[in-house]
Design a protein around this ligand. Sequence first.
Ligand code: DND
Ligand code: ATP
Ligand code: MG
Length: 279
Amino acid sequence: MPNTNNKQAEIQATLHVESSINAESEIQRRVQFLKAYLRYTGAKGYVLGMSGGQDSTLAGKLAQMAIDELNAESGKAACLFIAVRLPYGIQKDEEDAQAAIQFIAASRVVTVNIQSAVDASVRQFAEATGEALSDFHKGNVKARERMKVQYDLAAHYGLLVLGTDHAAEAITGFYTKHGDGACDVAPIYGLDKRQGKELLKWLGCPDHLYLKKPTADLEDLKPGLPDEEALGVSYVQLDDYLEGLPLPADVARRIEERYAMTEHKRRGPVTCYDTWWKG
Ligand SMILES: Nc1ncnc2c1ncn2[C@@H]1O[C@H](COP(=O)(O)OP(=O)(O)OC[C@H]2O[C@@H]([n+]3cccc(C(=O)O)c3)[C@H](O)[C@@H]2O)[C@@H](O)[C@H]1O
Ligand SMILES: Nc1ncnc2c1ncn2[C@@H]1O[C@H](COP(=O)(O)OP(=O)(O)OP(=O)(O)O)[C@@H](O)[C@H]1O
Ligand SMILES: [Mg+2]
């Protein structure tokens, strides 16, 4: 039985997903937003971790477009976008990260290897508790270390931290709380995964950067684990759900269960004034 229910419509509206988009106007709207918010804050630009994956390629490109327009309007190179490489040791798809940075033509590239910080953290945890942090939890340490480096760069250079949260990620809560989930500005929020691809295609991005399998690539023991394998649901199914299309009832139910389970990630810290968790 196909599923089209009120919950689906409610989630689509909450996450601001349009059933169809115009790539050119979506790009314009988001670039103008990035410019306007920078003017409002007086910050000098943006910083974002570039993994070589689809989401950071798109968010980074939009940011650089905003910076280039601001600099052209002022006639000065006053604003900048820092693309930061944050490998844990040597990254297998480093070539993709470099291709993404080249496509973006980032104002500046900084590389910080997070391995020694992450390993020190994990070692201190083991010394303090007498227990080893699991490989899965170490993955979240990597994401939080990347967040810290981006905030260091933002503080030092007067920038704002970009994030890559979008609808197909928000619906599953598939990100590390206070890791890649933490940012100041989320330029691709509201788009699903196939809409992100549409924007990159329109922007002339090399197609291997948006046709590759999305991966969080956080676990030492499961390098390059595809998100879809970890989630047990495909991006096509998530996108269909978000665009209000019919899909098998058991798939919709699994998506809705995951959405409910991760509600805490889409909210601020829960306080005694909150009632959302009471059902
Ligand atoms: N009901 C609740 N109310 C309030 N807080 C709650 C809570 N349940 C857990 N928590 C807190 O949340 C923590 C768990 O959340 P979190 O630390 O995020 O950890 P968790 O959700 O367990 O793991 C993160 C997941 O996101 C994936 N990920 C991470 C980063 C990037 C990407 C990517 O696609 O690139 C994917 C990663 O592979 C993993 O599957 C708990 O330790 C607890 O502190
Ligand atoms: N190795 C890395 N170097 C720099 N930044 C990273 C790295 N890994 C993850 N990040 C940051 O964490 C974010 C979340 O990762 P995520 O995998 O969701 O996005 P992505 O890699 O850009 O795209 P995709 O989902 O298609 O893999 C990235 O967009 C990027 O900003
Ligand atoms: Mg990735």
